[in-house]
Design a protein around this ligand. Structure first.
Ligand SMILES: [Zn+2]
Length: 382
């Protein structure tokens, strides 16, 4: 049993100054003002030194980092992100992988999930997206009509461990895929992304109960909105903006290149702080940056100088969102931990600090410099 004292505990409803928290067998057993929490004899007392203690980050969209891909060496990649406070990740393969490579990635991830506390599932970004959108698109082999034999083999290989499939409604025969994916894993949700679909196409191709509940990296690879004669068009971003239930993923990099700071602020106004999910979309691509981005340190580039996700970790993403918008620490934790857990169905056990939930905790200063990480009650030692 552990007792954390002298902490500013970041709850979903606000910050509990001078808070204390008890942990037993990996779960949170009490949380409250220090004066109201009785520390049991024999508990190991951890003095947080006045740090903020928030729920461990949940990065649902992360391809790789620290030199390791979450779909090739999930163990090493998970450890890299854990150091930076992500106590939960969804391993995210690439749409530029071949059929055989994807099957092997799913197998590897699922094998690692049996013992790895960080990896709670697979986020499959594609492969049934629009191959014209996204980095490295010249290597995307998933073009043309959907081959249902391959499709079923992929869905079977991911099984019940895939929590999210990102799709583009403009793909032919998408409905057969959606139905089969939901049949194999009734909990799976669908994200809309790497798409230029109109709201009409989205409603037609993804009717209830297959409607998209997440927008994959808002304002990135989501089409162009021009229509003729100066009329403004509508695409995935506009669909998401109008749908109150839908979450929007956001890549908030330090120079606000994926999404301009004005647009990040607009997204927060529009969706509200309860419906934005911070993601890293981190990759291990190591192409040279084009001249205009030579000053940028937290982005990755493909072999043509195209932006290929980030090199961020979630602590940086939190710092960046506070720099790029007017949000504060408690709101950053909502977007980095609570909302992603809710969106993918993990909120019952993690994503916020509450009695009965996993003792997944991040100790940080007010700039998201991580001081300690606790995962299921264990202080992580690196
Ligand atoms: Zn993407």
């Amino acid at each position: 049993m552990k007792a954390i004292v002298n902490a500013s505990i970041v709850l979903e409803s606000g910050i509990l100054y001078d808070g204390a928290l008890l942990e037993e067998n990996g779960k949170i057993t009490a949380v409250g003002k220090a004066k109201d929490i009785e520390i049991p004899a024999g508990a190991e007392v951890i003095d947080a030194g006045g740090a903020y203690v928030g729920p461990g980050f949940v990065d649902i969209h992360v391809h790789g980092g620290g030199g390791y891909n979450t779909y090739e060496n999930p163990k090493a990649a998970a450890e890299h992100f854990l150091k930076h406070g992500a106590t939960t990740i969804l391993a995210t393969p690439l749409y530029s992988q071949t059929f055989e490579e994807l099957i092997e990635s799913f197998r590897l991830i699922r094998e690692e999930m049996k013992t790895n506390k960080s990896i709670k599932g697979i986020y499959s970004e594609g492969p049934y997206t629009n191959p014209d959108y996204g980095c490295n698109s010249h290597h995307n082999p998933w073009r043309g009509a959907i081959d249902m034999d391959k499709c079923k083999a992929l869905v079977d290989a991911a099984g019940e461990d895939v929590l999210v499939w990102t799709v583009a409604p403009e793909r032919e025969d998408l409905k057969a895929f959606l139905e089969y994916a939901r049949k194999v894993n009734p909990k799976v949700i669908f994200a809309l992304g790497h798409s230029e679909a109109t709201p009409e196409q989205i409603r037609e191709q993804m009717p209830f109960p297959y409607q998209p509940t997440i927008l994959t990296h808002a304002m990135n690879a989501t089409g162009t909105i021009g229509e003729s004669h100066g009329l403004r068009g509508r695409g995935p971003d506009e669909y998401c903006a109008k749908d109150d239930e839908m979450y929007a993923e956001l890549i908030s990099d330090s120079c606000a290149i994926h999404v301009h700071a004005d647009m990040q602020q607009m997204l927060l106004h529009n969706k509200g702080v309860g419906k934005v999910i911070l993601i890293t979309d981190s990759t291990t691509f190591d192409g040279a940056p084009p001249e205009k981005y030579s000053h940028v340190t937290d982005l990755s580039f493909d072999d043509r100088g195209g932006i290929a996700g980030s090199r961020m970790t979630m602590d940086q993403a939190c710092r960046n969102i506070m720099q790029n918008t007017a949000c504060g620490i408690a709101q950053a934790f909502l977007m980095a931990s609570t909302n992603p857990a809710r969106a993918v169905g993990l909120y019952d056990t993690l994503g916020s600090i509450a009695v009965g939930k996993n003792a997944d905790l991040v100790f940080t200063d007010d700039m998201f410099n991580i001081e300690r990480v606790m995962q299921e009650g264990e202080i992580c030692v690196f």
